[in-house]
Design a protein around this ligand. Structure first.
Ligand SMILES: NC(=O)c1ccc[n+]([C@@H]2O[C@H](COP(=O)([O-])OP(=O)(O)OC[C@H]3O[C@@H](n4cnc5c(N)ncnc54)[C@H](OP(=O)(O)O)[C@@H]3O)[C@@H](O)[C@H]2O)c1
Length: 281
């Protein structure tokens, strides 16, 4: 049957490409989906037997299923599924175009759904496997100007928590991975799509904050290669966590958000509990 087989989406750059490199370096095999195979050619040339690059639009469920079934059949197994492809649509909510908002969900949420529908039958047949859902620090927090992106990642996390409960009894373990800012093209990509000015003067402060964050592209704390190594280690853990933040910024941001949420929950606990039916025990 050969070495383990990973499936990685969004493999042409950033975390995806770093992960493909680390997995191949570990001796395993990879099915890499991408819209553009060119950046993966050097790795394909170096590992012709262990890397299958699949050029596909992951938002097209029917085509994706067909090409993934073929790729899995070619390798004879599938072990680790990584839903990595994603981008951020930034801007104040009232200024977001509806078509762009839906496109954000098509890639960050529904494409992951398409991948899961194609991949899970293979993992269930083996009664084993790992699902790694690349969410974000933004999957547990929110920020002005990031409503579309945070909504898509919260949706991915909600799906994943319930999915994890369904898959664990079948021998398949799920981990939601929450990177903080990483030195990839991610920030430059969303920054390049920002409108020049605010459509509504009320949102000028949000635009200013987004422009300041965009200005920090290239100085992010996270190293995609080290993140990729953490994912390879994660896939080897006998008891992986449900959630794994990556980077000290993700760790601090999530810890603060959970602390604030718990403090607020307790502060209003009397009002929350006051709605119980008088006859409830
Ligand atoms: N970098 C960060 O600061 C950061 C922080 C938290 C979470 N994340 C998450 O980490 C994951 C990887 O991002 P990255 O940092 O590696 O960014 P990246 O360098 O921009 O790579 C993202 C990959 O996603 C795919 N992708 C982007 N837009 C797409 C679209 N419209 N349709 C289909 N595929 C698309 C692309 O793959 P192909 O071109 O190969 O198809 C691209 O290589 C994403 O899910 C992102 O949300 C990143």
């Amino acid at each position: 049957m050969g070495s383990r087989v990973w499936l990685v989406t969004g493999a042409s750059g950033g975390l995806g490409r770093a992960l493909v490199g680390e997995v191949l370096g570990s001796g395993a095999r990879v099915i890499a989906t991408t819209r553009d195979g060119a950046p993966l050619r050097p790795l394909s040339a170096a590992f012709p037997e262990r890397l299958r690059t699949v050029r596909v639009d992951i938002t097209d469920a029917g085509t994706l299923r067909r090409v993934l079934d073929d790729a899995v059949a070619g390798f004879g197994r599938l072990d680790v599924v990584v839903n990595n492809a994603g981008y951020a649509l930034a801007g104040p909510f009232e200024e977001l175009d509806d078509t762009e908002l839906r496109a954000q969900f098509e890639v960050n949420f529904f494409a992951a759904v398409n991948v899961l529908r194609a991949a899970l039958p293979h993992l269930r047949a083996a009664k084993a496997g790992r699902v790694l859902q690349i969410s974000s620090l933004a999957g547990q927090t929110g920020a002005a100007g990031m409503s579309a992106y945070t909504a898509s990642k919260h949706a991915l996390e909600g799906l994943s928590v319930s999915l994890a409960a369904e898959l664990a009894p079948l021998g398949i373990r799920t981990t939601i991975v929450e990177p903080g800012a990483a030195r990839t093209a991610f920030r430059a990509n969303w920054a390049s799509r920002l409108p020049a000015g605010a459509a509504h003067p009320d949102y000028l402060p949000v635009h200013d904050a987004l422009a300041r964050t965009a200005g920090g592209a290239g100085e992010q704390v996270g190293d995609p290669v080290r993140m990729a190594r953490a994912l390879v280690a994660l896939a080897d853990m006998p008891s992986p966590p449900l959630r794994l933040p990556l980077g000290s910024d993700a760790l601090t941001g999530i810890e603060n958000a959970l602390g604030d949420q718990l403090e607020e929950l307790r502060r209003f606990a009397t009002l929350s509990a006051s709605t119980d039916h008088p006859k409830a025990t």
